[in-house]
Design a binder for this molecule. Sequence first.
Ligand code: NAI
Length: 255
Amino acid sequence: MDFPSDRLDGRCVVVTGAGSGIGFATGLLAAGRGASVVAADLDADGLAELAAAAAEAFPASLEVTTVRCDVADAGSVGELFAAVAGTGTPLRGLANCAGITGDQPFDELSPEHWQHVLGVNLTGSYLVARAAVRAMDQDGGSIVLVGSGTTNTPAAGLAHYIASKAGVIGLARALAKELGGRGIRVNTVSPGPVDTPLLRARMSDEVVAERSRTALLGRLGRPQDVALMIGFLLSDQSSWITGQTINVNGGTAMT
Ligand code: NAI
């Protein structure tokens, strides 16, 4: 009996949102496991930090390729995947971690803000996943989209965000059905509260302390907690897992 490895050697893996938080941790983890990582974000400084962190932590690994990209823009996503082709390594993984939020009471939610959040979180997932599927061609791979625990336990002021993330979960399930025959697995990781700039923009230090104090495991999530699940789903260790929504939330919600 053999057990597949968590290594990603010989594979190109695209990580979006790689300039911060969960995407940053995922990019670092994939680089450490031997992948040729193409890291994308709007934030060029964050990308440079990731490339430097990977070079320091894993000097023997391949260099991380960084591409400034807006996942909500089809042309920009096209440029990202041109860089993927340029690596010369077959694309076998996508982790779409780019995402935005922003509290807005529903009766004040403007069509522009609605479209912006849907554009990045949902249309971005569609654009990046479609480009990845085309690049994976008939040889298969693993696509990981990022949902949110708020789709199970909604919070006020996040209707646009929660609607976008519910769409992401539906998209992943639909793609798993359509693409399984081509060896492409598609799953969603739904994080609970993870201590990143996205969360800090919504929660004061006091709220973070209270949420940590009352959490089942006594703390909020760390980006690495989610990256480890994404890494598992990108690897052959999860070769019989597709169409699933995997909650990584320290037990903050049990569904
Ligand atoms: P973060 O804010 O630390 O990182 C998100 C990254 O996405 C940033 O570097 C940002 O520049 C990038 N980004 C934003 N818009 C972009 C665009 N149009 N194109 C390319 N890059 C773009 O946030 P975090 O927490 O790491 O979030 C990652 C994902 O996890 C998001 O989808 C978020 O919705 C999701 N999530 C996070 C939770 C948390 O508590 N931190 C909880 C549930 C879900």
